[in-house]
Design a protein around this ligand. Structure first.
Ligand SMILES: Nc1nc2c(ncn2[C@@H]2O[C@H](COP(=O)(O)OP(=O)(O)OP(=O)(O)O)[C@@H](O)[C@H]2O)c(=O)[nH]1
Ligand SMILES: [Mg+2]
Ligand SMILES: [Zn+2]
Length: 283
């Protein structure tokens, strides 16, 4: 019997199989204990005990949030509280490209932008246009963008990715109120780094699955500098086009990225964010 891991605690796995949901453990002595089985994993189960006896090959795997076999990741970023950061959006995009998961960007709390500050939203959109990936501007207060976003979940396994407090669980409640996800108070969260959602959970939605995940802010990507150069939005398309094949586009001669930057083909801010990410990576 085959099953899908839809939630887990340290030792227990919630499995969905043949339209029923039950709690399972890994069978006794198996080496599987050393494998990090995560939500989204497909497993084989002993037909009598329903214990996990093997792990199926994965389509993809993310360390943060810990999920596997995802069709798309929604990188969630709020316009404020926590503060808007294109650096983080780009960092998460880089990780998605590396993990071979399709990214979408969801901007939340659009109601916090005063209509008088229209320039601000245009500026954000201009940057998002540059990434060449779909994005949504949403608010659970005004309802803007929610129908369009809901349509993007159809027939997909999707996972939310983003800092604590950006409104991941709030989005789920706005789109799929039946799940009654717990929402955190942002004033309590900020500063204390409190997470409201503590575990990954895969929710069965109409024609698909959606993973609510705990937020995180800074974590070191499980990637080396070269992998970052190969996967960074906009920068990645120049990989292999420089004089040095392993060019990191910092101060090497004959660098195609530096040339593109000078010619105005890469926004300076994206390049600065790229350098920042390269510098914060120790691998
Ligand atoms: N003004 C405004 N506030 C929002 C919106 N969406 C969420 N919030 C608020 O943001 C706060 C945090 O929301 P959560 O949904 O708990 O955030 P989360 O991303 O799930 O956080 P973690 O579970 O800790 O990762 C709550 O106080 C929400 O009411 C929005 O569209 N507009
Ligand atoms: Mg949450
Ligand atoms: Zn280069």
């Amino acid at each position: 019997m085959k099953g899908l891991v839809i939630a887990k605690t340290r030792r227990h796995y919630v499995i969905e199989a043949n339209n029923e949901t039950f709690t399972s453990v890994i069978k006794g002595t198996l080496h599987l204990h050393n494998l990090n089985i995560v939500v989204g994993d497909k497993v084989s189960l002993d037909k009598d005990t329903k214990q996990i006896i093997s792990l199926e090959d994965r389509k993809n795997f993310l360390l943060r949030p810990p999920v596997a076999n995802i069709d798309q990741v929604l990188i969630v970023m709020s316009v404020d509280k926590p503060p808007f950061s294109l650096f983080l959006v780009e960092k998460f995009l880089t990780y998605c490209y590396f993990a071979e998961v399709k990214p979408l960007v969801v901007i939340t709390k659009a109601d916090k932008i005063d209509p008088k500050e229209e320039e601000k939203i245009k500026e954000i959109m201009a940057h998002l246009d540059g990434y060449a990936c779909d994005y949504f501007i949403t608010s659970i207060k005004s309802g803007v963008g929610l129908d369009k976003l809901k349509a993007a979940f159809s027939n997909k396994v999707s996972a939310l990715m983003g800092q604590t407090g950006v409104g991941k669980s709030s989005l789920i409640n706005a789109l799929f109120p039946e799940f009654e996800r717990e929402i955190g108070d942002i004033s309590e969260k900020l500063g204390r780094g409190r997470h409201t959602t503590r575990e990954v959970i895969l929710l069965k939605i109409e024609n698909g699955y959606l993973a609510d995940t705990p937020g995180f802010s800074s974590f070191e990507l499980p990637m080396d500098k070269e992998a970052i150069a190969q996967n960074y939005p906009l920068i990645k398309r120049y990989f292999g086009k420089c004089y040095f094949n392993n060019c990191l586009h910092l101060s090497e001669t004959g660098c195609a990225v530096k040339k593109a930057l000078e010619e105005g083909k890469i926004p300076p801010m994206i390049y600065q964010n790229y350098v920042k990410l390269i510098e914060e990576t120790n691998k």
